[in-house]
Ligand binder design. Sequence first.
Ligand code: 2HG
Ligand code: ZN
Length: 492
Amino acid sequence: MDSDTNARLKRTAARLRELLGPGGYLDQPADVEPFVVDHRRLYRGATALVALPDSTSQVAELVRLCAAERVPIVPHGGNTSYCGGATPRESGEEILVSLRRMNRVRETDPFNDSITVEAGCILADVQAAADEAGRLFPMSLGSEGSCTIGGNLSTNAGGTAVLRYGMMRDLLLGLEVVLPDGSVLDQLRGLRKDNTGYDVKQLFVGAEGTLGIITAACLRLYPKPGGYTTAVVALDSPRAAVDLLAGLRTALGDSITTFELVPRIALELVCRHIEGASDPFDSPHPWYVLVEVTLPQSDSDLAQRAESALAASIESGRASDAVIAASLAQRSALWQLRESIPEAQTREGASIKHDISIEARRLPDFIDECAPLLTRLVPGARLVAYGHLGDGNLHFNLSGPECANGHAFLERSPEVKRLVHDLVARYRGSFSAEHGIGRLKVDELSRYEDPAALELMRRIKRVIDPLGIMNPGKVLGELQAGDEDGDGPPPR
Ligand code: 2HG
Ligand code: ZN
């Protein structure tokens, strides 16, 4: 860090301590430590100070102070990013802003079916607040006990109920954002219809903190379910899974909320590594899906129709077998088989992760084409392709060969990623369906994104954040003065 940068950083940190007061910041190495290492331990950054503002006006003032000294800011939620999006860089020049003290539910409105919450609210707490009001907030993720609404919005989180309710973007009604100059974008209202020009609030969804700091949001609620029909269905192939989905949708419409693909190897890893997990079937099957149908309070026949539809799929040969949960405990046990796959894969050893999406009906062809190429590239590597088949989104992960050296396997990561992502591009799919770009996938974005879209993104970034202080280096990478059309942020 040069002496000028150091001086500006020190001045800013001193002003922030004054602004935020005791309890409003962390600056001791041991306190800062959990904020500078990402969830997957891919990155270790550094920061002089973690700011803990407790109001939108404090965030605004904080941003103004940083902008005046051109000190970069990294917004931070529950630290569950898969791509290092909330981790400061190694230089220590950035101030980290955690919204964890801004965790109030501002309003629950059952009439409007909406809830207004601050960005630091933990997702599970928002689900609980909605439930208390007799409603459902449907976003559902493995990390829901620690991820925050600000992070969910900033990464446009997906999860296991997208099929029915959409991604975080679809659950958004209104937004409050502190912009990079410290002004506040106030679109915090619960309107269902608003056609007044560009929908600027949506720009901040999926921007991963590179355009501003989301401080509060108004989110959609849904009727509370009357119950669930939850089943694990055994199948011969991903093609059979896609056919099953088509059949179930015809029979049950959009009451299918979850349709998750699980290969045999994932079930084996879960049974091997996760306490209490067991195979629900007597004999092994090559593939499974976890299906959940959400039953409305008003339609008592739907459970029966769901069970008949599953039975019909077995009779017609589309599926081989099915286990339907008969109690809440069984429902949790079936969910555990799916939700603990990431943990089981981590315990198994080194893995290379992909988060791809392709139109769902083409996924089986993709798997058939990609799997043998991967086996040829890394003999012995084990494909653990699982996830949100109903959305066309798979975690196309690779575990190292059994007993292999983890480091040697991970060194193959660039070639493996290239193979998978090149093929995804040929299928006109996405190399990042729900985990975002962060720092990890910056090069992939510039390689695979449509050049016109990429150029628009760069221009938008320059217009909204001309000083380049918001989460620099993430999503679009470094935007230097002289980039492309030469109007990047001025040199510091
Ligand atoms: C999931 O769907 C998460 O379980 C994690 O998105 C995926 O660990 C992964 O690769
Ligand atoms: Zn996922």
